[in-house]
Design a protein around this ligand. Structure first.
Ligand SMILES: Nc1ncnc2c1ncn2[C@@H]1O[C@H](COP(=O)(O)OP(=O)(O)OP(=O)(O)O)[C@@H](O)[C@H]1O
Ligand SMILES: [Mg+2]
Length: 247
């Protein structure tokens, strides 16, 4: 197992997450889904060691995340944040360099990573004045440039137009083929259905379901997770989820 979450709980006065337990296999895509505030980002931050669990352990390659140095952690995992930190007067190159500091600068690889998201010509531009979608694409390129074994992505397609959403879905499939392990959150259930090997469904910090996508992403589990009655309908691309609001 690449990542093991064992009996993890995390508590702040307004919110309790867990206990959570699940294991992620190498070279797979795992999606965490649930309502706003259900604990998805908190779970990702616990996996990345940004938050410490109150109980339980997170292991990467059988080593406790809490015992990994920040350099080792950067080698093992990258993190695409849900919110995009926009430091003043940073160029795109600077943002890439921050992600790639572990390996040292490699101009060719940096341009290659930006090219994957169509932004190679942006390398010397001011990051802080880019559009939301452009900044999102740069943060994804930075994660690719970091070239870690595990890629944690918190809503990697937010801010993106439909063309770029599809570009990122294809990129994620390619990264999985290269052997990367991706753990992500995503609100688009059809995209999750198409991309993910495993799904964790959360509601109010509790695990509603966990397992392989086909047996977990069921109408019954989705109805438990959201205030919506789900059904599926057939499209040219296969079946699609649609929900009607219950209030
Ligand atoms: N450090 C903290 N202090 C207080 N409350 C917190 C803290 N961290 C998280 N929370 C609360 O925990 C809950 C879960 O937050 P989290 O960011 O994990 O949700 P999410 O599932 O990622 O939601 P979204 O879909 O909106 O991104 C929220 O209600 C949030 O306000
Ligand atoms: Mg979140």
């Amino acid at each position: 197992m690449k990542v093991e979450i064992e009996n993890v709980t995390f508590q702040v006065p307004s919110f309790q997450l867990g206990p959570l337990g699940f294991s992620v296999e190498e070279g797979t895509i795992t999606a965490i889904i649930g309502k706003n505030g259900s604990g998805k980002s908190t779970t990702l931050k616990l996996i990345h060691g940004d938050l410490k669990p109150n109980t339980g352990t997170v292991r990467i390659d059988r080593t406790k995340v809490s015992s990994l140095s920040s350099l080792k952690l950067a080698e093992k995992t990258s993190f695409v944040w849900q919110e995009i930190f926009s430091p003043m007067s940073f160029s795109v190159r600077d943002v890439m360099n921050v992600s790639g500091y572990k390996r040292g600068t490699d101009e060719n690889r940096m341009e290659g990573a930006l090219d994957k998201v169509g932004l190679a010509p942006f390398i010397d531009r001011d990051f802080s004045v880019l559009s939301g979608g452009e900044r999102r694409l740069v943060t994804l390129a930075a994660a690719i440039y970091q070239d870690s074994e595990i890629m944690i992505m918190d809503e990697p397609t937010n801010f993106l137009d439909i063309d770029n959403q599809i570009l990122i879905y294809n990129l994620m499939k390619g990264l999985r083929e290269e052997g990367k392990t991706i753990i992500m959150t995503m609100h688009d259930l059809d995209a999750v259905h198409n991309l993910a090997d495993s799904v964790l469904i959360l509601r109010d910090g509790k695990k509603i379901a966990w397992g392989d996508t086909d047996s977990t992403l069921t109408l019954e589990n989705l109805n438990k997770a959201f205030n919506v009655s789900f059904h599926t309908y057939n499209t040219v691309n296969g079946s699609s989820f649609v929900g009607s609001y219950n209030g």
